[in-house]
Design a protein around this ligand. Structure first.
Ligand code: PEP
Ligand code: MG
Length: 542
């Protein structure tokens, strides 16, 4: 039995087998080998194993997401048969007497760079595929292959760190908990864990080499502890606590269908945040009044090429239809910073959180933005849609957005495509937007305060930097005063204001938010009923 303490990002408790995700990129070491021909046989065997895994993935994807989306696994299988790629690996092993892992890693990097430098967009996008197949091959060579981004049995994922794109690819029904060595409490991976109702610990000083797939573990998000190989007593105790937790959650179910009304009669909208079409189930299960933030950029993550207008349209339409007339606020893509996608070719930046991201990409690469806007407007006929723009700093940006929206509308009118113009709002997540919120309020229909970024930019604290977690204080007076200022600006112009950052779910602040006059709180689906409970047992003015 071995116990470690980390930082909890979702309070829950889970017990089950481990699935250890080892990153291969930075683990490949060069070593000298004696027998190059034997090494080549090892590589050939690993290629066979990789192809078999890809076939399985193809079959699974074919059933779940259709032929067009499954095709990528066929492409990967074909790449593993490419003569140039294989010759380069074999030559390197023979001429330099190096291990297979190293030869595959170097060849993968070379080919990937070659593709990235091609003019043709399709070929450029293959750069990420070469990396992907090379990593798979390396995993098969060094024996860490069975952790194929989440295993078949429900398990506890342990990893060094998880990026948002890795997390979105996982089959969420198979994840009992996340435990990572690194990561910050405000990262999008932490947000995803909260969204999925999954106990999660980060900053756990464990050694992945001492852990193996299938090993039993207990993750306790209340005590911020993970225990590997728990003894029988702990297993029994954990089973009891899991049952108690389940019962508490069941009690909350009684609040479904109830109003979000305080004892002294003040009401507030409680909405939910989502990242994918599949999350709508959690929203409905938890009886949220609407969707206050659909992080649409997750549609762009974990894939090799831009989602088409049609794919986006189908996704938005499905969310709107499933929400059956309840409000759905879709945020236009907020990529960049920690949400990186190779095919956008955003390039490396010294300071990505303050870099080329979100609306800045949309206002400069307008074709990408227009594709999304077209899909959104087309979907508007299917329900109660509102659009929200992220990372706004000025009135000018909003005016430029409206010009682009007008162009898209003109194109749709020309093509006689029907749409209903949705409400348009902005996220208030930069201090600049707060300071000009009176002017912005004249232009938009609503504000939604993104406290995660607002805290980062106001306190000058990188939300991704785990060393700064203890300094990241969203209860700082500066943040609370800003929120009040934004609400006042909105109300003075007859508009509404909500919070969609993680702070909205902070039960210690619910009363203060209601006193400020916040109209809506949009939180992880798992927090909706807890927040309703808090609202219903308080008086705003005592
Ligand atoms: C925020 O910044 O508070 C927010 C809701 O957006 P994201 O966390 O996706 O940056
Ligand atoms: Mg943000």
């Amino acid at each position: 039995m071995k116990k470690y303490t980390g930082k909890s990002v979702y309070k829950g408790i889970a017990m089950g087998p481990l699935s250890v995700l080892k990153k291969t990129d930075d683990q490949v070491k060069r070593s000298k080998i004696e027998d190059p021909e034997a090494e080549i046989v090892r590589v050939t065997d690993a290629i066979g194993a990789s192809k078999a895994q890809l076939q399985k993935l193809y079959d699974k994807a074919l059933k779940e997401v259709g032929e067009a989306n499954a095709a990528i696994f066929e492409v990967h299988q074909m790449m593993l048969e490419d003569d140039d790629y294989l010759d380069a690996i074999h030559n390197m092993i023979r001429t330099e007497n190096v291990n297979g892992e190293y030869a595959v890693a170097v060849t993968g990097d070379n080919f990937s760079e070659m593709f990235a430098n091609m003019d043709d967009d399709y070929m450029k996008a293959r750069s990420a595929d070469v990396k992907d197949i090379s990593n798979r091959l390396i995993r098969n060579l060094n024996g860490s292959a069975d952790a194929d981004m989440g295993s078949d049995v429900p398990s506890i994922i342990v990893a060094d760190d998880l990026s948002p794109s890795e997390t979105v690819q996982m089959d969420k029904s198979k994840i009992l908990a996340f435990v990572t060595v690194h990561g910050s409490t405000n990262s999008h991976t932490a947000i995803l864990a909260r969204m999925m109702n999954i106990p999660a610990l980060i900053g756990v000083p464990m050694n992945l080499d001492e852990l193996s797939n299938g090993m039993l573990a207990v993750v306790d998000g209340f005590k911020s502890e993970v225990t590997f190989e728990p003894d029988e007593a702990m297993q029994t105790e954990t089973e009891k606590r899991i049952k108690e937790e389940r019962e508490k959650l069941e009690l909350l179910q009684n609040l479904k269908g109830q109003e979000n009304r305080t004892l002294d009669g003040k009401t507030i909208n409680i909405y939910a945040n989502i990242g994918s079409v599949g999350d709508v189930g959690y929203v409905l299960e938890n009886d949220a009044g609407g969707i206050g933030l659909f992080r649409s950029e997750f549609l762009y993550l974990g894939r090799d090429n831009f989602p088409t207008e049609e794919e986006q349209y189908q996704a938005y339409r499905q969310v709107l239809q499933n929400m059956a007339g309840k409000k759905v606020i879709i945020r236009t893509l907020d990529l960049g910073a920690d949400k990186q996608v190779d095919y956008f070719n955003l390039g490396n930046e010294e300071n990505p959180a303050m870099g080329y991201r979100a609306i800045r990409i949309c206002l400069t690469r307008t074709e990408i933005f227009k594709t999304q806007l077209r899909a959104l407007l087309r979907a508007s006929a299917s329900g109660n849609l509102a659009i929200m723009y992220p990372m706004i700093t000025s009135v000018d940006e909003v005016k430029k957005i409206y010009e682009i929206v007008d162009e898209v509308r003109a194109e749709l009118d020309e093509a006689q495509v029907a749409y209903q113009m949705p409400e348009q709002g902005i996220m208030i997540e930069t201090p600049a937007a707060v300071m000009v919120s009176d002017e912005l309020a004249q232009l938009v229909d609503f504000f939604s305060i993104g406290t995660n970024d607002l805290t980062q930019y106001t306190l000058a604290i990188d939300r991704q930097n785990e060393k700064l977690d203890s300094f990241y204080n969203p209860h700082h007076k500066a943040i609370l005063r800003m929120i009040k200022m934004v609400v006042d600006s909105a109300h003075a112009a007859g508009k509404w204001a909500g919070i969609c950052g993680e702070l909205g779910a902070d039960l210690e602040l619910t009363k203060e938010f209601l006193q400020m006059g916040i109209d809506e709180l949009s939180v992880a689906p798992s927090m909706v009923l807890r927040l309703r409970q808090r609202v219903r047992e308080m008086k705003v003015f005592e």
